[in-house]
Design a protein around this ligand. Sequence first.
Ligand SMILES: [Zn+2]
Length: 317
Amino acid sequence: MAQRLLRHFRYGRTFAFLRRLTSSRSKSINAVRKLYQEFGLENRPCVLCGGKAFTLICEGDRYGFDLDKQICDQCGLVQTSPAVKKDFLNVFYRDHYRRLYTKRNDVDHASLVREQRQKGERFLAYLEKTAVAPKLNDLAVIEMGCSSGGILEKFKPHCRSVQGCDLDVEAIRYGKEQLKLDLEVAEFPTQLPEGPRLFILSHVLEHTHDPLASLKQIKSLMAAEDYLFIEVPGINLVAEGAYKHDLKSYFHLAHVCDFSEGTLRALAARAGYEVLSCNETVTALLRPSSETELPWRRSEKDTTENILRIEATRKRR
Ligand SMILES: [Zn+2]
């Protein structure tokens, strides 16, 4: 068996087993685990660079799911490998995701909208400091994976128009009825407004089965004058205190990839985007280039040593 980078007991299979056994979410966890075992896991090359060599980091996530997190030896992207299948993810989001998170069957849309509004304010503050700031008024905003639309509601007074799509039927209904927003049940927008546009992808890319393919697909919807705003939970923020400094809390069954500023920049270049702005949050503003792929390089920060550095901040607490 491969030597695990994070050697502590808590990152191994036995600890994951005990976590599943003792969790107050045991029933949900076991149902989800049975589901990904039935679909089977997928051995595949790195989703960023196509590399085939990985270093094992950890053998369980926050819930005790027995999935491996590995770092690609070539590009430094942390990812679940072997990966859960795309068909599993579809069923998981439809039937299990919310329940696992919230421990309840009904969804509190009002509280979700409050969180989304806070994100919307944060995103606007971020964009204020980018090249998009003077043009925001003229942009049509399109959010993919908008849930009930709280982010769009915050953008509405600052932009030409807002619209959104999501596969969550209940969330879309809530946003249309309560927030009076232009929303549709779809993975990608079925209609696009004319003129310059700002696409938003907030906490979606880390969940997608093939993030490179997703970014390329979005690029195919975009004109040269359009922008793409992305946010994903950054792995390096764990060293700053996010997830209580605990990589195991950060590692999540639903996160196919665990990005840093460096790996998101590399992925964007691979998909043919120019990066206008990006930080370790990870929050980024991209622009489509005329090339199908731009040159990229591995960030010096995306290493096994960096993973150990993050882990050391937990031990020092
Ligand atoms: Zn790679």
